[in-house]
Ligand binder design. Sequence first.
Ligand code: PEP
Ligand code: MN
Length: 358
Amino acid sequence: MSNEQLDALREQLDDVNMQLLDLINERARIAQEIGQVKSTAGQKRFDPVRERNMLDMIAENNKGPFETSTLQHLFKQIFQASLELQEDDNRKALLVSRKKKAENTVVDLKGEKVGDGQQRLIMGPCSVESYEQVYEVASAMKKEGLTLLRGGAFKPRSSPYDFQGLGKEGLEILKRVADELDMTVISEVMNPQDVEMATKYVDVIQIGARNMQNFDLLKEVGSHNTPVLLKRGLSATIDEFVKAAEYIIANGNENIILCERGIRTYEKATRNTLDISAVPILKQETHLPILVDVTHSTGRRDLLEPTAKAALAIGADGVMAEVHPDPAVALSDSAQQMDIPQFQAFLESLRESGLYKL
Ligand code: PEP
Ligand code: MN
């Protein structure tokens, strides 16, 4: 084939492309008009019977060379695009998204703010074991100017035979210590029926990784004003994580803090794989503050400091890590909690790096 012939065919193809372009847009305009008529008549936009008829028409009239299934696939894409065109973009945007709200959400925890540009540390034992144990960690934190205290009273454990937490008694201990030292308390709740009770003791309700898609629990915490710290599920995609937060906001509670805590991968060197890029992605896509839990993501004491620095450097609103007076005898997460001198060294190293400013 000569070059001239090829050029001529290409010209014809360009012509057809332009005709298709006009036709597809013409079709879109008609679909929009249909959408308006349906909307005034209060009818649903998607009509499967009508779509079936259109696909049948394509099958009956197809003269090739394209296979009918190929054409039906292409037309389905056009139908779908037309349907999307009929929907209001802003109406579809999630309440947690930047599209809906451009400015950052700042969550107020008894005067301490998360998401205001100042990066915070949230620390404390994995489980609440006794008043003395919590007091020892909390007073070491307070001495360093840290006021956000975590501690688990309801513990989600893989084995039913492992320590399940002190329950309500654990919340009472946390509240007593927090009142004595003027601190803010964060603790996990697993059962929707415990939420109301827990709001009397804690300042922030944590939804643990294993409950990220416990939709009844999400709806329940959404119906209170108490701030919620929502952890990413063990195998949750960022999209699922964001939609779990949407459950909370959709039920009326805007005070949400997200927490990346590592996800399950094939890697065995760490307990989970810290998905550090989730931080800037979530910052771009949502207006919510985001923390990084370095304890549960790594499961390794030697990695707490470098991963905390990475989290601060990438723009997390805070870092969560576990501290126990004597990790060797801790009732949970013994391998990864820092003791008090390690906590002090951790803090000093973050301060020296210039990354942590408080
Ligand atoms: C916790 O923070 O106490 C905890 C159990 O973490 P996760 O839900 O992230 O495993
Ligand atoms: Mn733990």
